[in-house]
Ligand binder design. Structure first.
Ligand code: IPM
Ligand code: MG
Length: 358
């Protein structure tokens, strides 16, 4: 098959991990006889430096023309001034919103060899296999923001707003996923306090009764969920939640898999277009040192092959290659067992690409 892939490396470790993702894509193309045309563009801080804005029109145009987008990470101390009018993160939020990618799938799996990389006790991690479906284009991330001066000094507000349509479409994605998995859906909200959460809860409860009566459905408050993710993580199958709760809970859930460097993600809309990125950030503290774990990006490539290009066998090939490389202990420091050797970003990427090549 032929596909055009927009590649947005971004900032910090973004370019390093994306380079390894690209290696793996090329290995897949060679082995399975596909043609992937890669087109690179700027996003985030590097785009602010080069073009004065975090999401140049050129980048948006290139993504729209592509079949799919692979992204690294954005942000860094250079652009962190709280007074700044333009911020790298606006680029990331902007591309998600512009492409209408409202459903962010963040799977969390536990590789048996990495059980010691997690701070949790091994017996708690047995059987962990969950996926968080995070709403990605609404809520407090996109509501009106204000900052003004009043009698009590400065004040600020961030509006959290959701429409029925926004809730229904993402819950449907999550429920359909649950149907193909273990058949359980957990809605995470804060319905004891927030009106948006009460809307989510009533809509989801009705939708589950009317369209998905075959699924096991539960609701859980977000604070309790933060606790249960640590206490009994294997009980979760699919979690669906609003934008900010999903952001926070997936960093927590990453520790079940041993490291932030292990979690891939797929951001999907109503069409075939998808944006694939590791859930981790730009990690400026280790950028440029070859220390970053490329597996989250490589696993995002696997999701890209499966969800947007319909290449299931190719996706499985990449996932098995990752498992084999972990099995052989060719891993970066974040997931290496104590006393075991550690390898650089590029060496890990090379090993996965070689395993894909077969
Ligand atoms: C993520 C990140 C982003 C988010 C930041 C960089 C804006 O934390 O993808 O989880 O909050 O969505
Ligand atoms: Mg996050």
């Amino acid at each position: 098959m032929q596909a055009v892939i927009a590649v947005l490396p971004g900032d910090g470790i973004g370019p390093e991990v994306v380079a390894e993702g690209v290696k793996v894509l090329q290995a897949v193309a060679a082995r399975f006889g596909h043609t992937f045309t890669l087109r690179e563009a700027l996003i985030g801080g590097c785009a602010i430096d080069a073009a004065g804005e975090p999401l140049p029109a050129e980048t948006v145009a290139l993504c729209r023309e592509a079949d799919v987008v692979l992204l690294g990470a954005v942000g860094g101390p250079k652009w962190d001034d709280p007074q700044a009018k333009v911020r790298p993160e606006q680029g990331l939020l902007g591309i998600r919103k512009t492409l209408g990618l409202f459903a962010n799938l963040r799977p969390v799996q536990m590789h048996p060899r990495l059980i010691d990389a997690s701070p949790l006790r091994p017996e708690r991690l047995q059987g962990v296999d969950l996926i968080v479906v995070r709403e990605l284009t609404g809520g407090i991330y996109f509501g009106e923001k204000r900052r003004e001066r009043g009698p009590g000094g400065e004040w600020a507000s961030d509006l959290c707003i959701y429409t029925e349509e926004e809730v229904v479409r993402v819950v449907r994605v999550a429920a359909q996923l649950a149907r193909r998995r273990r058949g359980k859906l957990t809605l995470v909200d804060k319905a004891n306090v927030l009106e948006t959460s009460r809307l989510w809860r009533s809509i989801t409860t009705r939708l589950m009764r009317d369209e998905f009566p075959d699924l096991q459905f539960e609701t859980m408050l977000v604070d309790a969920c933060a606790m249960h993710l640590i206490r009994r993580p294997a009980d979760f199958d699919v979690i669906v939640t609003e934008n900010m709760f999903g952001d926070i809970l997936t960093d927590e859930a990453a520790m079940l898999a041993g490291s932030m460097g292990m979690l891939p993600s797929a951001s999907l809309g109503s069409g075939r277009m998808g944006l694939y990125e590791p859930i981790h950030g730009s990690a400026p503290d280790i950028a440029g040192q070859g220390k970053a774990n490329p597996l989250a990006t490589i696993l995002s490539v696997a999701m890209l092959l499966r969800h947007s290009l319909d290449l299931a066998a190719e996706a499985e090939c990449v996932e098995s290659a990752v498992a084999a490389v972990i099995e052989r202990g060719i891993v970066t420091a974040d997931i290496a067992a104590p006393g075991q050797p550690t390898y650089s970003t590029a060496v890990v990427g090379d090993a996965v690409a070689a395993a894909v090549a077969g």
